[in-house]
Design a protein around this ligand. Structure first.
Ligand code: MSP
Length: 522
């Protein structure tokens, strides 16, 4: 079984910002965790390139829509490369094969009798590419997310018979674990309870889209087209554009990770489309919160974004990943605050974790021939740090299964805090000055080095760079959690206490994490 996970397919109306990077970074941690456990992973991300929003942006820039999309999607690709995102696919909805997948899928839905012609009237947000529920008589309504005026639409479209799937969708969203976090289920339940209405899946007079076969003048509504990108993305290089082939490569998805604003599309419209086409449903939809800045959703349309390029350049991958994964409960909103960002990075990574490793390995090298010291009692599973490691391991693994990156990060950090406490209590620097304590010092240093090894391994899905530097400092192999991972892994075994070999040479230490000194605002 393949573990297929997806980010949303990002609109290419502008270059990527930290909000879009957030989902991708979290998915990267999840993909790495699954690979480390030995799963065969298919991590999908991509770009959503059709629709009115993109067409208008391209027009405003004086470019053809295709040239505009080529430019922005190249920026996404480059950014994910620089962030070392381990995506297996980057689908673009303008890919040639995608059009054929959409056509084949539509043929199934049409054959199910779920396509009708109808008149669509309502208020539309182009930035959301979505009809809003504002009443027809509303005066100058605006989108609460984008703070932009809604546009009145009245046209004959093709409709998808969503209403037919009322019961099945109710059953689906009642299924424990389908919508996560559970707190998000309510809002979808309320929406569904009001009665599902058919929704339009085509547009007229919108050339920048995939033409609907057999319905001249209609192009597919961008969401109908984009959701299917998850399936096109399954195709391997060299595969023909065939729906069955695509599905055989890793469908159904294990999880769609998305922002809370697009939960309805993923938990209601998309499953109904799949039911209509007779295809299996994704196992889980996880709706995370918004990153805010000064309390406002960070977004391209609002212009209050943090540039992920600047962050990367000035702060590095580890720092940003740590802040986003460790400080913001995944599922809730989080406000980006620069001071807190640098405080956490410096306290947790540079001081608690980095210094722990550095000073312990320096002491071990100085007093025990540049090697891991000989161990006696510290190998035992009832050693205080063995117990702390076992607690951390249990908590981190359970949390990662739930996409609770914060608890996982805290578990690793807590182990480092315990190891620092142990070191300070044992004070090997004083003990070394006394007679007959060499064996005790060796044992204590072994225990702390072993705890640091486990901290490093627990960090592997979250902060693969820092984890790699720590493991290298401990002379340990670095597990492959990236796209080249083979589907077998001994990470779980290595997380067991006592894996560090006594007498093994310790490389010369150098700081594994630089402090963040941010004088200017980001
Ligand atoms: N193109 C659609 C998704 C189609 S999926 C088949 C879309 N694109 S988007 O670029 O506007 O947004 C993509 C994701 O980024 C959404 O899940 C959205 O919530 C997320 N984010 C955009 N701004 C965000 C923040 N400020 N904070 C966190 N996530 C944010 O919607």
């Amino acid at each position: 079984m393949t573990y297929t996970l997806t980010t949303p397919l990002y609109y290419v109306n502008d270059k990527p910002h930290l909000g879009s990077a957030y989902t991708t970074l979290a998915c990267d941690a999840l993909a790495r965790f699954q690979r480390l456990k030995g799963e065969q992973v298919l991590f999908i991300t991509g770009c959503d390139e059709h629709g009115q929003k993109i067409q208008r942006t391209a027009e405003a820039a004086g470019l053809s829509p295709q040239a505009h999309c080529d430019g922005v999607s190249a920026q996404y690709r480059a950014l994910w490369d620089r962030w070392q995102i381990s995506n297996d696919r980057l689908i673009r909805t303008t890919d040639g094969r995608h059009r054929q997948i959409v056509e084949q899928f539509f043929a199934r839905v049409e054959a199910s009798g779920d396509i009708l012609e109808g008149r669509q009237q309502g208020w539309y947000c182009v930035a959301c590419e979505e009809f809003k529920d504002d009443p027809h008589e509303a005066q100058d309504p605006e989108c609460p997310i984008h703070r932009k005026p809604l546009e009145w639409r009245d046209e004959v479209n093709l409709f998808f018979r969503l209403s037919r799937y009322q019961q099945q969708i109710e059953d689906l969203i009642a299924r424990p674990g389908f919508i996560q976090p559970a707190s998000r289920r309510n809002e979808v339940e309320n929406f569904v309870k009001q009665g599902l209405r058919d929704f339009s899946i085509s547009r007229v007079n919108l050339p920048w889209g995939i033409p609907v076969p057999g319905h001249e003048g209609h192009t597919f509504y961008v969401w109908f087209d984009a959701l299917l990108g998850y399936i096109t993305a399954l195709l391997e290089d060299g595969d023909a554009a065939d729906l069955e082939t695509a599905l055989s490569r890793g469908w159904p998805a294990s999880v769609h990770v998305i922002g809370k604003d697009i939960l309805r599309f993923h938990a209601v419209y998309w499953p109904a489309m799949l039911l209509s086409a007779g295809l299996p449903l994704p196992a889980k939809v996880f709706g995370h919160g918004f990153l805010t800045r000064e309390g406002q959703k960070m977004g391209k349309s609002l212009g209050n974004v943090l540039d992920p390029e600047t962050l990367l350049e000035r702060c590095g991958r580890d720092a940003v990943r740590w802040y986003l994964l460790r400080d913001i409960p995944f599922g809730e909103d989080g406000d980006f605050q620069q001071q807190r960002f640098s405080d956490l990075v410096n306290n947790d990574l540079a001081n608690t974790i980095g210094n722990l490793l550095n000073r312990t390995s320096s002491m071990a090298r100085r007093w025990f021939d540049e090697c891991v010291p000989p161990v006696t009692a510290a190998k035992r599973l009832d050693h205080v740090l063995a117990q702390a490691a076992s607690t951390a391991r249990f908590s981190a693994l359970a949390a990662l299964e739930q996409l609770d990156f914060r608890t996982a990060a805290e578990a690793a950090l807590q182990l480092a805090i315990s190891a620092n406490g142990f070191l300070n209590d044992q004070a090997p620097w004083s003990q070394m000055k006394q007679e007959g304590t060499r064996e005790q010092v060796a044992d204590d240093l072994y225990a702390v080095l072993e705890a640091a090894r486990i901290v490093a391994l627990l960090m592997a899905p979250l902060l693969p760079d820092l984890s790699g530097r720590m493991l290298a400092q401990l002379g340990q192999p670095i597990p492959d959690s990236g796209v080249t991972a083979t589907g077998s892994s001994d990470w779980l075994q290595h997380l067991e206490w006592g894996g560090l070999a006594e007498g093994m040479a310790l490389p010369e230490p150098s700081p594994v994490m630089a402090r963040l000194e941010l004088e200017e605002p980001l």
